[in-house]
Design a protein around this ligand. Structure first.
Ligand code: SAM
Length: 296
């Protein structure tokens, strides 16, 4: 990212701005070596790098009905189907991303239901259906103003006994200002703020020659405690929270090194930065009388 602008009145237009930016970048992402769609759809790679990393913590997906929030071009959604999910549904705000996801589904010969919706409208867009697994992350929560509303959506989409899986960029990482070469500098809010951060960035996180025109985005950070508390307040039961020293993109250019699995960590002192986390939470099978679910 570059050029944070302190213009808070565009926050109201955040959905339109963010949709335009993702629409503009979807084809470049689908054609990039980073997403490596060709090898994925041909089966030379069974799963995306993101889902390969998730695998030890994902649990058994066999026969599950899965919803993937903010599925982008569907590479991780496809991977969940390849790991045995019976039905996968991807939800995304960006129609151009979903166009690419449809092509991924068709080329791989694996059915994926793809629904265009804002996350906050997903329960209605999905007709009130519920799922065994809500899967999301890797650049997802930062597009949402309120993590409390996000947790409400997760709760609404889960069946009793269902589970949430999220691996996400760590809020500590999102608070860093990448423009300070050779230094790790906290430049932006760690805690959720009412006003979004408005960015202007003509690039993207994959290597591409394509030029983009929709370059203004609005983003938010959410502290780890805020995320956990929002889920606990919905009665979900936290089953794991693991912090990692790596992320699957170069988040601090010039300061990170990629490993053979496509994970990037600080070149110097990787032990100093929690770069991402994985959180799992269960929706109890039985709700306690009077509200919050605490009984399994
Ligand atoms: C970095 S991608 C995350 C997906 C996945 N980790 C990947 O890399 O393929 C972010 C996605 O969130 C979507 N998005 C942003 N804001 C959204 C919103 N309010 N509701 C639904 N999707 C949204 C974008 O369209 C984009 O496809």
């Amino acid at each position: 990212m570059a050029d944070v602008t302190d213009v808070t009145d565009v926050t109201d237009d955040y959905l339109a701005l963010n949709r335009a930016s993702w629409d503009d970048r979807a084809a470049a992402h689908a054609n990039s070596s980073g997403y490596d769609v060709g090898r994925l759809v041909s089966g030379q790679r069974q799963v995306s790098g993101v889902v390969a990393f998730d695998r030890p913590r994902l649990g058994d997906l066999t026969g599950l009905d899965v919803v993937h929030l903010q599925c982008h071009i569907g590479t991780d959604t496809l991977s969940l189907a390849r790991l045995g999910a019976a039905h996968v549904t991807g939800v995304d705000l960006s129609p151009k991303s979903l166009e690419q996801a449809r092509a991924v589904s068709r080329r791989a010969g694996i059915a994926m239901e793809l629904v265009e919706s804002d996350v906050y409208a997903a329960p209605a867009a999905l007709g009130g259906r519920t799922f065994d697994l809500v899967y999301t992350g890797i650049g997802a929560l930062c597009w949402l103003p309120s993590v409390t509303r996000w947790a409400e959506v997760v709760d609404a989409l889960l069946r009793p006994g269902g589970r949430l899986f999220i691996r996400e960029g760590h809020p500590m990482l999102w608070s860093l200002d990448e423009t300070h070469e050779g230094q790790v500098v906290v430049g932006f809010p760690y805690f959720e703020q009412a006003d979004g951060m408005v960015w202007s960035d003509s690039g993207t996180y994959v290597e591409t020659d394509q030029e983009f025109t929709a370059n203004t985005t609005v983003e938010w950070n959410h502290g780890l405690g805020e995320i956990v508390t929002a889920l606990l307040d919905r009665g979900l039961v936290l089953t794991s929270l693991v912090e990692h020293d790596s992320v699957p993109w170069c988040a601090l250019p010039g300061q990170m090194t990629e490993d053979s699995g496509g994970e990037w960590r600080l070149t110097e002192h990787p032990e100093r930065l929690a770069a991402s986390y994985t959180l799992t939470a269960d929706k109890p099978a039985v709700r306690a009388a009077g509200g919050a679910a605490t009984v399994r």
